[in-house]
Write a protein that binds this ligand. Structure first.
Ligand code: ZN
Length: 487
């Protein structure tokens, strides 16, 4: 009889500096598929679950679908939501009585009062099926890996790309390695190294220095005999927790070879740490650089308001300067009340943005213009390289175009600019825009790098600031990490 594997997952990157709590509704609104719906929703997509489904098929494993739930990065996950999600996932494991388990985790989930929350989820799944059932989990390159997660899983496989494009491949790899464990009964040796280093998304792109060299070393490590998987977790800087920071995980049959290779990768990151220091341009200088006619599109990158890192996406620091200088282009803002005011009207005049954290991300800015797009409950399917095939909500949307050619895209849900479909869906051709404001660290490159004439990373305040010295860390472990500890 074919072995049965449970496929399940829980995905959240938690920004503990964000005041927006992440409740069960936030998971239901973004990604939620359970039972038969899991395959219907994710088969054929470039997601971990899509890859796990495909890999299980190739390996001849029968699939017991559990629950996959994910929320857009935001603040701390409520205890109630964590208990409900962990209970459902552990419950489906108990019912399925699987021979093996595949979990798609993010690895940076922080639930209220639950230390090392991803590990606690795995422990509960383990408790439901018994400690002998092999368990393989995937994690995002931005995971904050702690010892409890390494302890709880037989194998961890991290993404090798940022901007992330290899989710399907890592999911398929997880299924193949689980199948091998089921066939042989053997478990790989584990090596885990934690580095007291915080790096920021702006500096983590795996096709650029210093990460391209690190990832080449990782690939070399995985070619060594007796080494199966080596992964780098760059960590997620915006979590005030004890297991914050960079980690390297390694697995294989030869413990000394795995340790040697993992140590070499970890040493390389430690030696390169100064190369992870971000370079930023002030708001006036950035907008002045973007305002030169005929140079577009210029991408103004705002990591501090990175929606994909849990920031609200309603920051106005750049908008205010563009409005003051009458610079055209496109900016996306999360602002449900403004959407409601603009829908059904030909013109809009009023304040936009700045509703969540005006002291950090700027106060509301007055704009006026024609309403050139308005639709309720907009959804689209990602067709770029990030999570290809995944359907995502934008909420109700209105686009206001000012008389100086600035499109302000007002959305009812927070939208991560990891593809250009969210602009094309509302009638904007990004290639034709003089300026694109991207509230993102590096993930914007998937959508816009190919069309950008120039990109300027802008220094604003916010819960995802590239300058981490701006943030009020309290955890002793965080304070001991570079660059906080060393300036
Ligand atoms: Zn990530």
């Amino acid at each position: 009889m074919r072995p049965t594997v449970l496929i399940s997952g829980l995905w959240h990157e938690t920004n503990t500096f964000s005041p927006i709590p992440t409740d069960l509704a936030a998971f239901r609104a973004y990604q939620w598929a359970e039972g038969a719906d899991l395959a219907a929703r994710y088969a054929g997509t470039n997601t971990e679950i899509g890859g796990m489904l495909a890999g299980a098929e190739v390996a001849g494993l029968a699939v017991a679908p559990g629950l996959f739930a994910g929320a857009i990065p935001s603040g701390t996950v409520t205890r109630e939501a964590f208990e409900a999600l962990a209970g459902r996932i552990a419950g489906s494991a108990a019912r399925a009585r699987p021979d093996g388990i595949l979990l798609a985790l993010h690895g940076a989930l922080v639930a209220d009062g639950v230390v090392q929350s991803d590990a606690e989820l795995v422990r509960r799944v383990r408790a439901a099926v018994g400690a002998d059932v092999p368990l393989v989990a995937t994690y995002d390159l931005h995971a904050n890996i702690g010892p409890a997660l390494v302890e709880a899983c037989d194998l961890l496989i991290g993404y090798d790309t940022f901007p992330h494009t290899d989710m399907g491949a890592r999911g398929a790899e997880a299924a193949a390695r689980l199948a091998a464990m089921l066939a042989t009964g053997a478990r790989p040796h584990k090596v885990f190294r934690k580095l007291p280093i915080i790096t920021v998304p702006q500096m983590q792109a795996t096709a650029e220095l210093p990460m391209d060299a690190v990832m080449a070393r990782v690939a070399a490590a995985e070619r060594v005999s007796g080494v199966d998987v080596v992964s780098v977790a760059q960590g997620f800087a915006y979590a005030d927790i004890d297991h914050l920071g960079v980690a390297v995980t390694g697995y294989g049959a030869d413990p000394s070879a795995v340790a040697r290779e993992v140590d070499a990768v970890a040493a390389m990151i430690g030696d390169a740490r100064e190369a992870f220091r971000p370079r930023l341009v002030s708001v006036p200088e950035a907008v002045a650089r973007a305002a030169v006619p005929g140079r577009g599109p210029v991408v103004l990158v705002e990591p501090a308001d990175n929606v994909g890192g849990g920031a609200p996406g309603d920051g106005t620091a750049i908008l205010a300067e563009m409005a003051r200088r009458r610079v055209g282009g496109t900016i996306v803002l999360w602002d449900p009340p403004a959407v409601a005011a603009a829908r059904g009207a030909d013109r809009f005049a009023g304040p936009v943005g700045g509703r969540t954290l005006p002291d950090l991300h700027g106060p509301p800015v007055e704009i006026s213009g024609r309403v050139i797009f308005a639709e309720p409950a907009v959804r689209y399917v990602r067709d770029g390289a990030y999570m290809t095939g995944q359907e995502v909500p934008m909420g109700d949307v209105a686009v206001v175009r000012t008389d100086f050619g600035l499109n302000v895209v007002l959305t009812g849900e927070r939208v991560m600019p990891f593809d250009d479909t969210h602009l094309r869906r509302v009638g904007i051709d990004p290639a034709g825009e003089p300026v694109l404001v991207a509230k993102s660290g590096s993930a914007w490159k998937i959508a816009f790098q190919a069309i950008a004439r120039d990109a300027v990373v802008v220094d604003t305040g916010g819960v995802c600031a590239s300058n981490v010295e701006r943030l009020p860390y309290t955890s002793a472990a965080a304070r001991q990490c570079w660059p906080l500890a060393h300036g």
